[in-house]
Design a protein around this ligand. Structure first.
Ligand code: PRX
Length: 647
């Protein structure tokens, strides 16, 4: 933790209008000591139809949990992201779309964005979609994904975007959980030079007997050709053909839901986190502007997917609320080859790049190629998110991508938090490679030990947050009790993040990773329980346990221990069939990296699987197993070690 510290003045790019560090400290103090006054002021950064008179009404006491911000204000999120910019900036580019193929691109102005969003909003109304209805969006990275989100927001429908890499099974589960009435999808998804069929996953989900709520399926034609659609489905262009490019924005209460986004937890099925309208938008827009010191009109590229919270907050809602020009990239960083990211930066003169450590490590592994054929001189700020960034990747990002001119903004946050929480502010905060640095306004991190005792000063413990912030999720859709139990019951009167964290002598925070059974694979969050339940659904598997292990590129890899049904002969084909099964059942991102067949799993005498041992064997640290005296059958461990795969 005695890492090098970079002062703001060490970076060539200075930041006009950035707060001084002393100003940040004073504002932070005010935001914690007097949140009502602080957010009464900053809540005005968005347009309200009826201004709020109440600011904060929150309690993290599990017996009286409530989280309300700006509760008597009304607004429309899409009007904030579009209409308010039209009077003076209708022709400014809102979205630069860069296709999978380097010769495809499109500039969408704020006026065009308005017209497309309104047409689809009217189309959805024609289909009977009303305020409060749930709409599933399963789309590739095309501007229509953003139009769909904003069209829902315009009419007060609640969207739930499902990442296009997820399986029919995952789509079906989400439709059932939120009782969606409409799905918006596309025929194909282009990635890495291939046009992959997309809609057929929706078809498979809709064919299931237990999927009963969907009344309409809208299909965007993203291919050169046009399939035949069944009569139950409608092409986007047909639906919107006669729709007016004007649609009055619905007046929404600040606490009306804007979207539901599913994310994995340590147990059970993914949770549908509910984000509401007013507080979320204030948080999205304020964090986006302050963290990157963003000025309207600058070209900004968040290379995430709209299927994740990063895409929601930092491709769509935050940037558009701030009148940004936001880049949407359809493809992958390595197609046609590793030079692509640099080429996109030069082509569109990107000032701010925001990506994930796994992408940085993947480029780093390719050597010098990534930095060839581009100057990247337009870059001012480099952001990272999704997992801890190891100091080597930080240095590479800083030296090779940013040519030592740009600050590295390492933002820690979660689907649940709505926006960035522990993060440097560009031009303001000194940096230490590998540290997410200091809290954003009103964020009050604390470290606790396993008994909930708060640790002072330099310490390591479980990261909790005291007090609320406007962007936080309000509930788990359809299961508020689970929300209370997951986040507010482990420790009293605080929000539990599920992450471990260190604080150094300067008060800087260093996230160490999840302390629960959640994996972070290439920045994607996966529950071990979800993967295990998929594995045991395979006909040859009796029992399964999944753990993470350190992986050079992905951060964590997926290590699977499986016990076959008695009498099953284990073979390479069987291993492959298990791998393919999970891939198809959940998603390619959940594909196991290592599959070890084990005649038995290490259990306590009461039958609980000892994951600690499984993690150590998977990490090839089998000489550090710790206390094994509670094992029911110690010989099981010898077998695991003997057949370990990560040597
Ligand atoms: O473990 C932390 C890790 O990602 C988790 C949240 O995942 P998700 O909800 O999918 O959101 C990812 C994008 C915001 C966290 O609990 N994480 C996220 N950002 C960082 C991080 N770990 C370390 N450093 C980060 N900057």
């Amino acid at each position: 933790m005695n890492a090098k510290c970079y002062a703001v003045s060490d970076f060539e790019h200075q930041h006009q209008g950035a707060l001084s560090f002393e100003q940040y400290q004073a504002m932070y103090k005010e935001s914690v000591e007097n949140p009502d006054a602080f957010w009464a002021e900053h809540g005005k950064r968005i347009d309200w139809i009826k201004p709020f008179t109440k600011v904060k009404n929150t309690s993290f006491n599990k017996d009286d949990l409530h989280i309300k911000w700006f509760e008597d204000g009304t607004l429309n999120v899409s009007a904030n992201c579009i209409d308010r910019h039209l009077a003076e900036h209708a022709d400014q580019t809102a979205i630069i779309w860069e296709g999978d193929s380097p010769d495809q691109q499109q500039h969408v102005s704020y006026q065009q964005l308005h017209d497309e969003v309104c047409k689809l909003a009217n189309g959805l109304k024609k289909l009977g979609v009303q305020k409060g209805d749930r709409v599933i969006i399963y789309m590739p990275m095309v501007p229509q994904a953003a139009y769909a989100m904003l069209a829902c927001a315009r009419i007060g429908a609640v969207h739930s975007v499902v990442f296009a890499g997820f399986s029919p099974h995952a789509i079906a589960d989400r439709i059932i959980d939120c009782q969606a009435s409409v799905v918006i999808t596309a025929d194909v998804n282009r990635r890495g030079g291939k046009a992959l069929p997309l809609k057929h996953n929706v078809d498979e989900a809709l064919a299931r007997d237990d999927v009963t709520t969907i009344k309409h399926c809208v299909v965007f034609n993203n291919d050169d050709k046009q399939l035949d659609l069944p009569s139950s489905q409608v092409w986007w262009h047909e639906l919107t053909k006669d729709c007016a490019p004007v649609c009055a924005p619905e007046e929404m209460n600040a606490e009306d839901p804007l979207f539901i986004l599913y994310t994995s937890g340590s147990t059970g099925k993914p949770k549908g986190l509910v984000h509401t309208s007013g507080g979320y938008l204030v948080w999205a827009s304020m964090t986006h502007q302050k963290i990157f010191n963003y000025s309207p009109g600058e070209i900004y590229w968040c290379a995430a997917d709209v299927g994740w919270i990063t895409g929601h907050t930092y491709i769509v809602y935050g940037p558009l609320a701030n009148r940004a020009t936001t880049v949407m990239f359809e493809g992958v960083p390595t197609y046609p080859d590793e030079r692509r990211i640099g080429q996109i930066i030069d082509k569109h003169q990107v000032s701010i790049l925001y990506t994930a450590p796994t992408a940085i490590r993947a480029l780093m592994a390719k050597g010098e190629l990534a930095a060839q054929d581009s100057t990247r001189d337009s870059l001012r700020v480099l952001g990272t998110v999704g997992e801890p960034i190891n100091p080597e990747a930080w240095q590479w990002y800083y030296e090779k991508v940013g040519k030592t001119k740009c600050q590295i903004i390492d933002t820690w946050w979660q689907t649940e938090t709505g926006g960035a929480m522990i993060t440097p502010l560009a031009g303001t905060t000194p940096l230490k490679p590998g540290s997410a640095t200091l809290p954003f306004f009103s964020v009050q991190p604390a470290l606790v030990d396993s008994d909930g005792k708060e640790l002072a000063g330099e310490a390591e413990g479980n990261l909790v947050l005291k007090g609320s912030w406007p962007g936080q999720a309000r509930s788990i859709y359809g299961n508020h009790q689970r929300f209370i139990e997951t986040y507010f019951s482990a420790y009293e009167n605080v929000y539990f993040t599920g992450d471990g964290c260190k604080r150094d002598a300067d008060g800087f925070y260093w996230i160490t990773g999840r302390v629960d059974d959640v994996l972070n694979v290439s920045g994607h969050r996966l529950g071990t329980a979800e993967i295990e339940s998929s594995l045991v659904a395979h006909e040859m598997i009796a029992e399964a346990a999944v753990v993470g292990y350190p992986h050079d590129i992905k951060g964590q890899g997926i290590y699977v221990y499986v016990t076959p049904i008695a009498g099953t002969e284990v073979s390479e084909e069987l291993t492959k069939s298990v791998r393919d099964w999970v891939r198809k059942d959940l998603s390619p991102i959940a594909t196991p990296d290592m599959i070890q067949w084990a005649p038995g799993l290490p259990k306590t005498r009461s039958g609980k699987i000892m994951r600690r041992i499984l993690r150590k064997v998977a990490a090839n640290e089998y000489d550090q197993l710790g206390d094994t005296s509670t094992l029911a059958d110690p010989s099981v461990v010898d077998n695991l070690i003997e057949n370990r795969l990560n040597r």
